[in-house]
Write a protein that binds this ligand. Structure first.
Ligand SMILES: NC(=O)c1ccc[n+]([C@@H]2O[C@H](COP(=O)([O-])OP(=O)(O)OC[C@H]3O[C@@H](n4cnc5c(N)ncnc54)[C@H](O)[C@@H]3O)[C@@H](O)[C@H]2O)c1
Length: 335
C-alpha cells in the first residue's frame, strides 16, 4: 500500500536482519553510518566499504565493543576492482552476502554550464568533469551488477537477497545541481528497470529517497538556502533504510521509500510510480506501440479521405507511413 509509515513502524521487521551479511558502501558517515548502527544492534554482520578508512575503523571498533560484528575495507567505489574486492572480502569473511546497500555519494561540486564552462587555448569548450555522475550513478551501476552476482551465491538459509539504492528526494524534484539531480533520477530509474530481473531471480530491490539530512554532504550554502526549513531527522532516514531492507508487505519489491520533508516516511508502491504524468506517458507509449495504433491510423485516414485534394495527399502519405511502420515491426518480430 502506498502510504505514510509512522516512525514506530519503521523498525517493526528489523529483527529479520539477524545473522544477515550486509555490505554498505559509504557506511562510515552520515546516513550509511546511522543505518549500520541500526543493523549492527540487531545482529547483522556488517561489511563497510568506504574511502575513509579512519572513520570506518572507528565505527567498526565501536560496534565490536558493544558486542556486534563488523569489518571494513578501504574501497573507492569509482574503481570497479575495489568494489569487487570488497564483495570477495565479505564472502571470504562471512561465507554469504545477503544485503547490499549502494549508499556512497557526493554533493555536486562541478559547474556544468554558465561560467562553469572552461575554455581551452583556442577558446573552445573543454570536456566537463563528471565526478558527481561517476560517483552517484556509475559507481552504483557497478554495485548493482556485483550485488546481483553475489546475491545469487548467498548460502544463508534465510538470506534476504536484497539490494537497496540510496537515491534522493531530488530523484523527483530538481535544484540548481543538474549532475546531482540527474544522477539521482538515474538511480531511481536503475532500480525500476532492474526490478523485473531481480524479482524473477527471487531477489528484492528498492530505493530510498531522503530529503535534506544533517550530514557533511549538505554544504553551507544549501543550509543557508534551506534556512527555516526542517531537515529530515537522521533516525527516520536510517529507519527508512532498515524498512526498505526488511519490509514484509507483499508488492513492495521495487518500491521507493521517500522521506519527503520533516514528515513521516512515504512508501510508494511500484504500480503507483506510474501515476500522474508517468501514467499519462505510459498510456501514450501504449497507444503508439499497442494494438490501437493501426485503428487510430485508419480513423485518421478516413477523415483525410473525406477532405479535398490536399487532405487526400496527406491520407496517402499517412497510409504509406503506416505500412512502413507495420512492416518494420513485423520484420523486427521475425528477427
Ligand atoms: N544528507 C542528505 O541530505 C542526503 C539527501 C538525499 C540523499 N543523500 C544520499 O545519501 C547518501 C549518503 O550521503 P550522506 O548524506 O550520508 O553523506 P556523507 O558524506 O555523510 O557520507 C558519504 C560517505 O561516502 C563516502 N565516500 C565518498 N566518496 C567515496 C568513494 N569514492 N568511495 C567510497 N566511499 C566514498 C564518504 O567517506 C562518506 O563516508 C549519498 O548517496 C547521498 O547522495 C543524502
Amino acid at each position: 500500500m502506498t502510504s505514510n509509515i509512522p516512525d514506530e513502524d519503521l523498525l517493526r521487521h528489523a529483527s529479520r536482519v539477524l545473522g544477515q551479511v550486509i555490505i554498505i558502501t559509504g557506511g562510515a558517515s552520515g546516513i550509511g553510518r546511522a543505518a549500520v548502527l541500526e543493523f549492527a544492534k540487531r545482529g547483522a554482520k556488517i561489511v563497510i566499504g568506504d574511502i575513509n578508512g579512519e572513520a570506518s575503523e572507528e565505527l567498526v571498533n565501536a560496534i565490536r565493543i558493544s558486542g556486534g560484528t563488523a569489518i571494513w575495507r578501504v574501497c573507492n567505489v569509482l574503481d570497479y576492482e575495489d568494489q569487487r574486492s570488497l564483495f570477495e572480502f565479505a564472502l571470504e569473511e562471512f561465507g554469504s552476502i545477503d544485503v547490499v546497500i549502494a549508499n556512497a555519494g557526493v554533493r555536486e561540486t562541478e559547474k556544468l554550464v554558465g561560467n562553469g564552462v572552461q575554455l581551452d587555448k583556442r577558446g573552445l569548450p573543454v570536456e566537463p568533469k563528471l565526478m558527481t555522475v561517476q560517483m552517484n550513478f556509475i559507481s552504483v551501476i557497478y554495485t548493482a551488477q556485483l550485488a546481483f552476482y553475489y546475491l545469487s551465491k548467498a548460502t544463508n538459509e534465510n538470506s534476504l537477497k536484497t539490494l537497496i539504492l540510496t537515491a534522493s528526494i531530488l530523484s523527483f524534484a530538481t535544484l540548481n545541481a543538474p549532475l546531482y539531480c540527474s544522477s539521482k533520477y538515474a538511480v531511481f530509474s536503475l532500480m525500476q528497470s532492474l526490478k523485473p530481473e531481480f524479482e524473477r531471480s527471487g531477489f528484492r530491490i528498492a530505493s530510498v529517497h531522503p530529503w535534506f539530512t544533517d550530514t557533511p554532504i549538505v554544504s553551507e550554502s544549501v543550509r543557508n538556502l534551506l534556512y527555516g526549513i526542517p531537515l529530515s531527522p537522521m533516525y527516520r532516514v536510517a529507519g527508512a533504510v532498515v524498512l526498505a531492507v526488511t519490509d514484509t508487505l507483499p508488492g513492495t519489491n521495487g518500491a521507493a521509500y521517500t522521506i519527503p520533508d520533516e514528515r513521516e516516511v512515504f512508501r510508494i508502491m511500484p504500480e503507483h510510480l506510474n501515476e500522474g504524468v508517468f501514467d499519462l506517458l505510459a498510456k501514450r507509449a501504449k497507444r503508439v506501440n499497442g494494438p490501437l495504433y493501426p485503428l487510430i491510423t485508419i480513423y485518421a485516414l478516413a477523415r483525410c479521405c473525406a477532405g479535398g485534394k490536399r487532405m487526400k495527399l496527406a491520407a496517402w502519405a499517412t497510409l504509406a507511413y503506416t505500412l512502413w511502420k507495420l512492416s518494420s515491426r513485423v520484420l523486427s518480430y521475425s528477427r
